[in-house]
Every structure is written in C-alpha cells, then in structure tokens.
Design a protein around this ligand. Structure first.
Ligand SMILES: Nc1ncnc2c1ncn2[C@@H]1O[C@H](COP(=O)(O)OP(=O)(O)OP(=O)(O)O)[C@@H](O)[C@H]1O
Ligand SMILES: [Mg+2]
Length: 238
C-alpha cells in the first residue's frame, strides 16, 4: 500500500518572520514532489518540519491518515542537507552506523553499502576517510547514507547544489530509482530543469504560502498563478 503524508494548515513563525503561512499539502508515496521558490520562500522550513527537526506553530502532519508528532517523524523521515556532518572515520563506518544500530548483520551491511556507493557514483570509496573527501563527494555520501536507511519519508534539500553536472545526473537517476520503494520523496531545488526532470508534482512556495501545485507538465506549461508564471520565466521583481 502506498504511504501518504498530509500537511494541514501549517504555520511556522521565527520571531516576526512567517516562514510558513497556512500550508496544506497531500503527498503520495511512489512519486517525487519538488519544491521550488526564491531564497527565503520557506522550502527548507517545510522540510525541517516534515523531518521532525522543527515543530510547527500551528497545524498538523498526518502519516497514513494518523496525526504524527515531531518525535515520531524523526523515526521515519530522513532529511539530507546540502552540508552534512561526517564522523571522523571511514566512509564505510559512516554508512554502516545507522544499519548497525538497527541490528543488521555485517555481510548484509557490506553488500548494501557497496550498492549504495555505486548508486551515487562512488564505487570503492569504503576505506577513505569521510572527512577528507571533497564537498561534492560528502554530499553524495550523505545521500547514500539516507538511501541505506530506507526512510518512509525521504527529504532532500538541494541535493545536487554542489555537484558537477555529471555527478548531478548520476544522483538524479539514483533518486528516481527510489520511487520504486513507494516512499514519500520531497526535494527542494533551485534548478528548474531538474525540477522538470525529477518531479511528478511541483509545488511553488512563495512568501511561506503555496501559490501553485500541479503535475509537472501542467505546472510548467500552464501555470495558473501570475507569480509562478513570472518565477519560471525569471521575471520576478522585488
Ligand atoms: N532559525 C531561523 N530563525 C529565524 N528566521 C529563520 C530561521 N530559519 C528560517 N528563517 C527565515 O524563514 C524564512 C524561510 O526560510 P527557509 O530557509 O525555509 O527558505 P528557503 O526557501 O529554504 O530558502 P533558500 O532557497 O535560500 O534555501 C526566511 O525568511 C528565513 O530567513
Ligand atoms: Mg533552503
């Protein structure tokens, strides 16, 4: 059965800034939902709330139609930031940690890590010191780590922002493969062509509000709102 995630009338304020204002959204497993919007629009705030790292001021989140709190969200959701901290150990140890605490056996862990590293284009990186790898490599290790955990909600904040074009395509393919797991996948990106390639559905957040939500083709071909039309044509003025 497909999982569902429902966001109902969420509001998040930081002092005087309303980062999210009455945001409601239904997300289905097995599809990729892409969040787009200008700097400061509220994309990362929404991802943080869905990962349980931040609590909304108002509103609620439902998982498979049951209300779910931040502590419970932390157990089923994984958020990959643009920059992720690595332990001062090997790449293998960094990837194995989450699997070991779940009681997985070594041969199973080894095979899963080999496959995950391959999927992000880092074959044979097991023995390298994680902290000495490059910024883009660390971003890909963080993605491999998230894939290995098989979270029911996978949240990616600008997953290819530091990557060379070739690696970005490898990562896009790896993300698309995750659809087969029928989990919820939400990605924030500034790259509109990437949004078009990856997104089954696109959500445009502007000033903390959802101004447009549609299937990818409809979203880019016939945006309903004026602000979305301007945003995708690079004509937004401030
Ligand atoms: N911890 C915080 N304290 C104060 N204000 C915050 C905090 N986190 C976010 N904000 C503010 O909330 C708004 C939304 O921020 P958010 O990081 O969600 O934007 P974003 O859409 O991810 O932007 P970007 O594209 O630059 O990553 C911004 O105005 C930001 O300055
Ligand atoms: Mg952000």
């Amino acid at each position: 059965m497909n999982v569902t995630l429902k966001i109902q009338s969420i509001e998040k304020k930081y002092q005087t800034v309303k980062a999210l204002d009455d945001v409601s959204l239904n997300v289905e497993g097995g599809k990729i939902l892409v969040l787009i919007g200008v700097n400061g629009a509220g994309k990362s705030t929404l991802l943080k709330i869905l990962s349980g790292l931040e609590k909304p001021g108002k509103g609620k989140v439902l998982f498979n139609n049951k209300p779910i709190n931040a502590t419970e969200l932390r157990q089923i959701a994984t958020l990959v930031f643009q920059r992720t901290a690595m332990f001062d150990r090997s790449v293998y140890d960094n990837l194995a940690y989450g699997l070991k605490i779940r009681g997985k056996k070594d041969p199973e862990i080894e095979a899963a890590i080999t496959e995950a590293l391959h999927s992000v284009g880092l074959r044979n990186f097991e023995k390298r010191k994680a902290k000495r790898t490059s910024g883009g490599e660390q971003q890909r290790i963080a993605l491999a780590r998230a894939f290995l955990l098989e979270p029911e909600i996978l949240l990616l904040d600008e997953p290819t922002a530091n990557l060379d074009p070739n690696s970005a395509i490898i990562i896009e393919k790896a993300i698309m493969k995750r659809k087969a797991h029928q989990h919820v996948i939400i990605i924030a990106t500034h790259n509109l062509s990437q949004a078009q390639r990856l997104g089954d559905e696109i959500v445009h957040i502007h000033d903390g509000k959802i101004v447009e939500h549609a299937g990818s083709k409809e979203f880019f071909d016939k945006p309903q709102s004026e602000v979305t039309r301007k945003f995708i044509n690079g004509e937004l003025e401030f």
